[in-house]
Design a protein around this ligand. Structure first.
Ligand code: NDP
Ligand code: 8X3
Length: 253
């Protein structure tokens, strides 16, 4: 049976790679992000390669009313959501907390915490009613090991881990699985977004280390969802071989 997999932030990086891996696995996809032109291209490409249905929705996860309307529309169009992957997220800035721009702080909290909560709060009642579902939340090694210049980003990803744990407890009597994936450095547009479009600065983050690829995380997400019904993978932390903790990275000169 084809599963309906709803991925937020599917227009680039890890979300896009997950769309391809679940599509290849034969799952129907519900993809959302703000950039529609990117989602259009992904839909066209995946539908041309695999016998799956790809529905796309323009959605900013920070807008609560839009989230409620969109989730209603998705359920009307696709039926049940079997797997929800809360991936949309970002870091903004890398500076001492005392120097941080307040709008960057608010956007990280609004996207990484409130956006994830809005989506999950709208999707989960049906999972509870149907007594079935899987929620995968994308945390980060930043939620496990704080590092300098990223206090707020680290706090948002730590919140993701504890939200997952709390939701898992609250749905313990249902056949609902909740998994947190916590990647280390993955080479995506993440750093370009963090540095407000500064490509040179972004490139340096990935210099001298063979970083993870978005496909590495997508493979693991698929594995986590392909376990027998009685097996729940609660947490996975994934790092490049030359990364030992959130901030301990070995770079070749
Ligand atoms: P990208 O910048 O490549 O992708 C981020 C995705 O999030 C885009 O599809 C973007 O879509 C979407 N997004 C951002 N803000 C919103 C919003 N308000 N509403 C809807 N969608 C939004 O980065 P990554 O793929 O690396 O990041 C994906 C997730 O992985 C994030 O949660 C990030 O924190 C996490 N992560 C990344 C790591 C890394 O090293 N790259 C490591 C650990 C975790 P659009 O702009 O079109 O809306
Ligand atoms: C992204 C990984 O190490 O840049 O969550 O914070 S890191």
């Amino acid at each position: 049976m084809k599963r309906n997999v709803f991925i937020t932030g599917a227009s680039s990086g890890i979300g896009k790679a997950m769309a391809y891996s679940f599509g290849k696995n034969g799952d129907n996809l519900i993809l959302c992000a703000r950039r529609q032109e990117k989602l259009q291209e992904i839909k066209k490409d995946i539908e041309s390669k695999h016998d799956v249905r790809v529905d796309i929705y323009e959605l900013d996860v920070t807008k609560y009313e839009k989230v409620t309307d969109t989730v209603k529309e998705i359920i009307k169009n696709s039926g049940e959501i079997d797997i929800l992957i809360n991936n949309a997220g970002l870091a903004l800035g890398l500076e001492k907390f005392q120097d941080y721009n307040i709008s960057d702080i608010e956007r990280m909290i609004d996207t990484n915490i409130k956006g994830l909560l809005y989506i999950t709060r709208e999707v989960i009642p049906n999972m509870v009613k149907n007594n079935k579902g899987h929620i995968i939340n994308i945390g980060s090694t930043a939620g496990v090991y704080a590092y300098g210049g990223a206090a707020v980003y680290c706090a948002t990803k730590s919140a993701v881990k504890f939200l997952s744990d709390g939701i898992r407890i609250d749905t313990i009597d249902k056949n609902i699985k909740v998994s947190t994936l916590q990647p280390g450095i993955v080479e995506t547009d993440f750093s370009e977004v963090r540095f407000h479009g500064d490509k040179e600065k972004a490139k340096k983050v990935y210099e001298g280390i063979k970083a993870l690829k978005p496909e590495d995380i997508a493979d693991i997400a698929l594995y986590v969802t392909n376990q027998p019904e009685h097996v729940q993978i609660s947490d996975v932390t994934i790092m490049a071989t030359k990364q030992a903790t959130g901030f301990n990275v070995h770079r070749e000169k």
